[in-house]
Ligand binder design. Sequence first.
Ligand SMILES: [Mn+2]
Length: 319
Amino acid sequence: MLNNNIKELLKNSKKIALVGHIMPDGDTTGSCLALAYALESLGKDVFLFCQDDIPDNLCFLEGCEKFNNELTPDNKYFDLIFALDCSDPERLGIFKKLLELNEQTINIDHHVSNTEFASLNWVDPNAAATCELIYELIESLNIHIDINIANALYTGISTDTGNFSYSNTTSKTHSIAAQLLTLGVKPEEISNNLYRNNSLERVKLIARVIDTIELYKHGQISTIEITKDMLTKVGADEKESSGMVGYAKDIKGVELALLFKEQEDGQIKVSMRSKNIIDCNKLANIFGGGGHARAAGCTINSSLYDAKIIVLEEAKKLF
Ligand SMILES: [Mn+2]
């Protein structure tokens, strides 16, 4: 049993690093925080790492300020490394280095595209969120789930399931959530923080981004764009541009939505979402990316215009 192997590794470890993925979301942030509190309750010295800043809407979670965004000489070597919600080493950003410097590494994730890069890999694509797996791990370690752990886990599960509405939502998802409510989580409070807390700049950005929506393949494919210029014009920052692909997906008749986002380095990040049929992971694989069947992504080194053409060409073939 995998949890037993993790238990064994934990027994012999004191200094432990938890790493979340670049451009952190609710699941990676929630997984790291929940596991950090759990391991601290066992007397471990826990260090949190994430290359990019935690988005504002997640900063209500207790402990968000504890994430380090660089490696220091005395914070390089650990008894144990956990990579949480990371499908491949690149997702760790600069902290990929921790995998090279340290021997004992554990990869806990739910992406079907996971490359099993650690010395111990627990990858379950049936889990709606990595937070579901962290919940199971904490339970199996008989650690008391306090309100900080519960809030962090609920946040990851809520954000990865579209607040319990995507196809990855299972009865298990709901029973874990029910358990977390019993432990004191207030769903309204979390939802208000996560989903009803937009800055005016973000709302204005949404207006511009929605205006770029186009339909292809008889209305079955939608595209939506975010450029650096749009961010500048409304005074929004990078972090405020998340979660826009949903506007393109939520159109009647659309099966596949494609978001094209100009990155700081000029590359184009493509986010793919499908409703029922199209395998986004397969489509993203063509361009060196990956993810899940209903949600995946890749990065393309070209202009936004060209990225749209080449991705649309492959996407159309899937219908
Ligand atoms: Mn996730």
